[in-house]
Design a protein around this ligand. Sequence first.
Ligand code: AAT
Length: 286
Amino acid sequence: ISKGWFSEIQDDLWPGQSFSLKVKEVLHAEKSQFQDIQIVETETYGRCLILDGIIQCTSRDEFSYQEMISFLPLCCHPNPQKVLIVGGGDGGVAREVVKHPLVKEVHQVEIDDRVVELSKKYLPSMACGFDSEKVKLTIGDGFEYMKQHKNEFDVIITDSSDPVGPAVNLFLESYFELLKNALKDGGIICSQAGSFWLDFDHAKKTMKGCGIHFPKVGYAVTSVPSYPCGHIGFIVASLNASRDLKEPVKKFEKSEIDALNLKYYSSEVHSAAFSLPRWVEKHFYE
Ligand code: AAT
């Protein structure tokens, strides 16, 4: 943070570009066992969680990401009773997942207990996800956790940081194989998969790795102004080859959407999220 501005400079993942936020106050900064953690109050984006110099969420736009990574897979599953979240230490994805009326149990594995503790203190509007009785949190590495769980979950959501530091393994082909084995029949996954604007080849490679283990794979997008390029994608994949990912099996009425306090997700947005620009569609699917 220099002269009151935080700049998200990351020479490996987004060389030559950086998004900046004007900072009002640094609320907390520490080095945990796994990463460098900063929580800042910004001028125009509210509170912001930064890990290893990368913005994880801001209170102004986090709902776009947290709702979409949760409701895209949940609404592709006819009966998502048991859900696993990998990562997601701020609690925002847990907050969304427990809203779904069919979800009974949510297990979450997050590597860094300090992210959880600091989110409870500084980001209560997200960390409230941990208050639900449905949520059982385990502190540990997501990749290792997956090796211990077979045939258990209906939906697995990987709310991971970017592929540097502790999250590198969560993008590997072998990770998707572990996900497949941890799912029950007809299971669905959704993983943070980066932006096609930012690293096309990485997104494509992750899609390919997933496609080796899942018969149905799609890529859906959402817009998040505080993420690099203002944009991020998710890999959504199903063990059921005939599942049309674009078409939600659970369609919420507008009144239900409002009752669930969903600000971004709707059935229309679900379908639209899978429509890709021609050059991307060609490279990802053909
Ligand atoms: N909810 C949106 C914020 C995130 S946070 C990503 C989380 O993944 C962090 O809490 C981090 O500690 C956790 N994490 C990283 N590696 C692992 C791992 N191996 N196992 C379990 N948890 C892990 C996503 C931000 C996306 C940023 C896009 N630029």
